[in-house]
Design a protein. Structure first.
Length: 177
């Protein structure tokens, strides 16, 4: 076994990434307070060619040194928009014809392994302490929950987002190839 070289990884340029087809989904960051988490969202969205990130409320926006440090430049490749409130983002998404799901532990949430990802869908991930805001939940058609068996029943929001983005990538990209 040997590690692959950078040339063998077939990394694409920023220009080619911009032209490349993206997954037709949106990830909504509902008042994410940690700049490192925001950077991680960008980096993971780049890895799986997520269509767009919506940064809402107190979520910091690029350019920012701390976001850039974690994003490793993905803050320059991934499309994003800022909204003053998550509700405003949800209203815009509805007008654009998107379905919206919360990634949250709520009554009636669906386990991630049973969820069928679809195009033109947005997924809201919430604040590190409060989760998805109560104000955003009425816009959601449902919720996805990551089953957990530990003592915390809590996963870091950017790690959770990575799992959700991977699952969307698997279903909408890998399984269709």
């Amino acid at each position: 076994m040997r590690k692959l070289s950078m040339d063998e990884l077939n990394r694409i340029s920023k220009e080619d990434f911009e032209k490349a087809e993206k997954l037709p989904i949106i990830i909504v960051l509902d008042n994410i307070r940690s700049l490192s988490n925001v950077g991680a969202f960008f980096r993971t969205a780049d890895a799986f060619r997520i269509g767009e990130l919506l940064l809402c409320g107190i979520t910091a926006c690029p350019p920012h040194r701390e976001i850039h440090k974690t994003a490793l430049g993905a803050d320059e490749t991934v499309k994003w928009r800022y909204f003053k409130t998550t509700e405003a983002a949800c209203q815009q998404l509805k007008e654009e014809g998107y379905r919206i799901y919360a990634v949250e532990q709520v009554e009636g949430s669906m386990p991630l392994q049973d969820f069928e990802f679809a195009e033109r869908t947005a997924y809201i991930l919430g604040n590190e302490v409060e989760g998805v805001s109560e104000e955003a939940l009425p816009y959601c058609e449902g919720a996805i929950e990551l089953p957990q068996v530990g003592t915390k029943h809590s996963i870091n929001v950017s790690v959770c987002a990575g799992i959700v983005m991977w699952k969307a990538f698997e279903q909408l990209y890998l399984m269709r190839k």
